[in-house]
Design a protein around this ligand. Structure first.
Ligand SMILES: Nc1ncnc2c1ncn2[C@@H]1O[C@H](COP(=O)(O)OP(=O)(O)OP(=O)(O)O)[C@@H](O)[C@H]1O
Ligand SMILES: [Mg+2]
Length: 255
């Protein structure tokens, strides 16, 4: 089943008469249910712009974006936030957890807000997701009592507790040390494999991207190429480094 269909999407910043920047030129790709997709590319290539238009934070200048068969470009502003709440989950770099709530209440917040979920069902979901993310034991703690990596995983739990059709992650490991990054990536992979979650992750980090099933590279606002995993993370990692060495971006510091 196709979850995301991006058709000829372009984004031009700046209005007529002034200097304009074409951030996205003509991007087309699709994502199937259960896919874990990485987006990479040099600085300024359009990654954040792409994520912003997919997450309905910004609108594209041209093209079509279908999520679960609905063209979100056509949605009215007031329908956007409902759509976002019902269909999308976000894992961003700044965790955005509320300090006055325990991790558990932070994670349950989106369910409490949408309020048509039964308590028992909520508890079951929380239990399963927290176990997968390795934060079951610290659910009663407050954000200021846990580490950055644990906060990041709580934020990931919050993003997926509503069972979103599509999870969008922007440099989710950017603020983490390599050990915490690994734990988060393994947790995300588990959600992807066990819950069949559909995940799109923007990252500049080849190690993070090596967890994906498929990686798209963008350059100057256009799709440059894509590579798929063979099932071996190390193979994908090496292929990613090869592409980056051609288009620019992060290279192998040890090469
Ligand atoms: N609000 C804006 N107004 C005008 N130009 C913008 C705006 N946001 C981004 N741009 C330009 O659009 C292009 C793409 O930017 P974008 O932020 O999408 O890149 P990126 O791939 O996320 O880069 P990085 O890896 O550095 O985060 C760049 O040339 C950038 O300068
Ligand atoms: Mg960016």
């Amino acid at each position: 089943m196709t979850v995301l269909e991006v058709k000829g999407v372009g984004k031009v910043y700046g209005s007529k008469g002034k200097t304009t920047t074409t951030a996205l030129n003509n991007i087309s790709f699709t994502m199937e249910k259960g896919e874990f997709l990485g987006i990479m590319g040099p600085s300024g290539s359009g990654k954040t712009t792409l994520l912003n238009v997919l997450s309905t934070i910004d609108r594209p200048t041209s093209g079509e974006i279908n999520i679960n068969g609905k063209n979100i470009v056509k949605l009215k502003d007031k329908d956007m936030s409902d759509f976002r709440g019902e269909n999308l989950g976000f894992i961003f770099q700044d965790y955005n957890l509320l300090d006055s709530l325990t991790l558990k209440d932070n994670i349950l917040l989106p369910l409490t807000l949408s309020n048509h979920h039964k308590v028992e069902e909520m508890e079951n979901r929380l239990d399963k997701i927290s176990r997968n993310l390795g934060i079951l034991e610290i659910l009663e703690k407050y954000p200021y009592e846990v580490s950055g990596g644990q906060k990041q995983r709580a934020a990931a739990a919050r993003a997926i507790i509503t069972n979103p059709k599509l999870i969008l992650a922007d440099e989710p490991t950017g603020a983490l040390d390599s050990k915490s990054a690994k734990v988060l990536l393994e947790s995300i992979t588990k959600l992807n494999k066990e819950d069949n979650a559909t995940i799109l992750m923007v990252t500049h980090d080849p190690f993070s991207a090596s967890y994906c099933d498929r990686v798209l590279f963008i350059k100057d606002g256009d799709l440059y190429t894509e590579i798929r995993t063979t099932g071996e993370r190390k193979d994908l990692y090496n292929k990613i480094l090869n592409v980056l060495s051609v288009i620019g971006g992060v290279g192998n510091e040890f090469a």
